[in-house]
Design a protein around this ligand. Structure first.
Ligand SMILES: CC(=O)SCCNC(=O)CCNC(=O)[C@H](O)C(C)(C)COP(=O)(O)OP(=O)(O)OC[C@H]1O[C@@H](n2cnc3c(N)ncnc32)[C@H](O)[C@@H]1OP(=O)(O)O
Length: 520
């Protein structure tokens, strides 16, 4: 916890040095507690409207500064002190490991003893001489408050941008803050929406964060499935906090409220925080949840499978994903990096090549039309039959998959004997066939449905309807994401895919070397 006891005008001058220190010391959560004008044993508890206005601007500026200095930390500025002048201490029930403060904090020892039952260690930072003060912020006089304030969003992987918006809402509410959390169809147009945290996880993270920020408010955290949510159902809401991106929606809310004879809501606009660590050019320029989701691509997200009865080598990577998700291209990149690669699709073609028993069984089952003049199975013909009929598709799978699995096991074992440490197996229906049990790590390749439709239409030279039929013949990605250990996406350009696969390769190799070191 960082405690700042500088005079109001100097808080922002000191915050940068303190955040810099925190960046070295803290791994996870950084609480920031402001004690403007603190003189032991008295805390300043009454603020003029100008001071409240300045403090609000300071809190937002602290988040902006945190985005520059320590964007990897979960920063929470505690704001309860602005609302409840009686509370001597914050209601923080968390264990604080270290207090960071300036070394000119008079009576710090007494202060810490009063605040904490278990005394944390203390780290002192040399004072910073005030340079410019916070005149710009002080110019904005904005101390209006409302009984009921509202804010909305998806709030996936709470980041500093969310906290800026939430802080603005918390600062303006005296009794109740309503938070609408989007879900269902509302989130499906977002980049990599399948990776958005479950609603309950997002709602619970919000509650914890808001209770830290200001435990004196009542928080109504509700899921919303359409754009307006509670703003057009709850007449008593008085203020809506919006961002540059949602201000238009805010104006629309007031139009809808006017239609219902509801009073308009005051709109408070919070500007977005720029992204300081933009890793990929297709990431947002602002701090955003989609950038956070993109940053997960190519990382090992879950511990790979390890079981005493499961051989450590070769380490098998299952590569799967929907139609046209880019699996074959990704397999080629893994191959170019030196990994042994196996395509289940190719093994399938071999399994029903001319002269095999399976070739005859397919002709007997699906008709002579599926056999071409040269004796091969006409896959276009067979595809047209099975993509139009789920039962026939199941029948084909039951006939072909056991044969492919036998070849797969043979190929993996052969690669191991030939010295391969890592083998990548590409199979479109890896989970459906239950072959994830053969892999130590499963890598799922994700693209949006819109992108999949246009790729299938081009590749398979088919119309929209058939493309959709093919896509819907497989289960939706959302069903498999949580079972995969790594996610890749070929949504962007070739270079972006290559970068992800290179990252994935390094992660896998590091992991496999770790096993080697571990097992001697
Ligand atoms: C468990 C596995 O993943 S094994 C690998 C996939 N193969 C199988 O399941 C065997 C049965 N399938 C087949 O024999 C052939 O795919 C056929 C006859 C249905 C169609 O052959 P083709 O016209 O050459 O198309 P192709 O094999 O490229 O498949 C087209 C798409 O259909 C999908 N697909 C393939 N088989 C199936 C199936 N059984 N059920 C649903 N979708 C399927 C694939 O996702 C593929 O797209 P992708 O390569 O981008 O992932």
């Amino acid at each position: 916890m960082l405690v700042i006891a500088a005079p109001l005008q100097q808080i922002l001058d000191t915050v940068s040095a303190l955040l810099h220190e925190a960046r070295q010391l803290v791994d996870q959560t950084l609480y920031i507690r402001l004690e403007p004008g603190y003189q032991w044993p008295c805390r300043k508890t009454i603020f003029t409207s100008e001071e409240v206005s300045l403090l609000r601007a300071i809190v937002l500026d602290i988040y902006r500064e945190a985005a520059r200095e320590c964007s990897h930390l979960d920063v929470r500025v505690l704001q309860g002190f602005l609302k409840n002048s009686d509370s001597r201490t914050s209601s923080l029930d968390k264990k604080v490991d270290v207090i960071i403060a300036q070394n000119d904090f008079v009576h710090l020892e007494e202060y810490v003893r009063e605040l904490f039952a278990v005394i944390p260690s203390v780290r002192l930072v040399p004072p910073v001489i005030a340079a410019s003060g916070t005149e710009d912020a002080a110019k904005v006089v904005d101390s209006i408050t409302f009984d009921s304030v509202c804010v909305g969003g998806t709030f996936d992987r709470l980041h500093l941008g969310h906290k800026l918006l939430l802080s603005a809402a918390v600062a303006r509410a005296t009794e109740r803050l309503v938070i609408g959390v989007t879900d269902g169809d509302m989130i499906k147009s977002k980049v990599l929406w399948e990776l958005i945290e479950p609603l309950e996880v997002r709602m619970s993270a919000l509650r914890k964060c808001l209770n830290d920020m200001d435990p004196t408010l009542k928080y109504d955290i509700l899921p919303i499935y359409e754009p307006f949510g509670p703003t057009i159902r709850d007449r008593s809401l008085q203020c809506l906090c919006v961002s540059d991106e949602t201000i238009k929606g805010g104006l629309k809310v007031n139009e809808e409220r006017a239609n219902k004879d509801f009073p308009p809501m005051a709109l408070f606009n919070v500007s977005l925080l720029p992204e300081q660590n933009k890793m990929e050019k297709f990431m947002d320029d602002k701090i955003s949840s989609s950038s956070k989701r993109i940053a997960l691509l190519g990382e090992i997200l879950r511990k790979p499978r390890a079981h005493p009865s499961f051989p450590e080598y070769p380490f098998v990577v299952g590569l799967t994903g929907g139609i046209c998700a880019g699996k074959s291209r990704i397999l080629t990149i893994f191959e170019s990096l030196g990994l042994t690669c196996i395509s289940a699709d190719k093994l399938g073609h071999e399994a029903y090549s001319p002269g095999t028993e399976l070739n005859q069984i397919l002709v007997d089952t699906f008709g002579t039309a599926v056999r071409a003049a040269d004796g091969t199975i006409d896959r276009k013909e067979l595809g047209a039959i099975v993509f139009a009929d789920a039962d026939k598709r199941d029948r084909l799978n039951q006939l072909v998959w056991p044969e492919i699995e036998k070849s797969l096991q043979r190929e993996i074992a052969g690669a191991g004997r030939a010295g391969a440490r890592v083998v990548v197996v590409e199979a479109a229906l890896l989970f459906e066939a239950g072959w994830d049990r053969l892999a130590h790590l499963v890598c799922y390749t994700l693209i949006s449905e819109k992108e999949a439709i246009s790729r299938v239409m081009v590749r398979d030279k088919c119309g929209y309807e058939l493309a959709l039929k093919k896509i819907h013949s497989q289960k939706p990605a959302k069903m498999f994401i949580d079972r995969a250990h790594m996610i890749l996406s070929s949504m962007w350009d070739e270079r972006a895919t290559e970068q992800q696969v290179h990252r994935a390769f390094e992660e896998i190799v590091d992991h496999v070397q770790g096993i080697k070191t571990h097992s001697g």
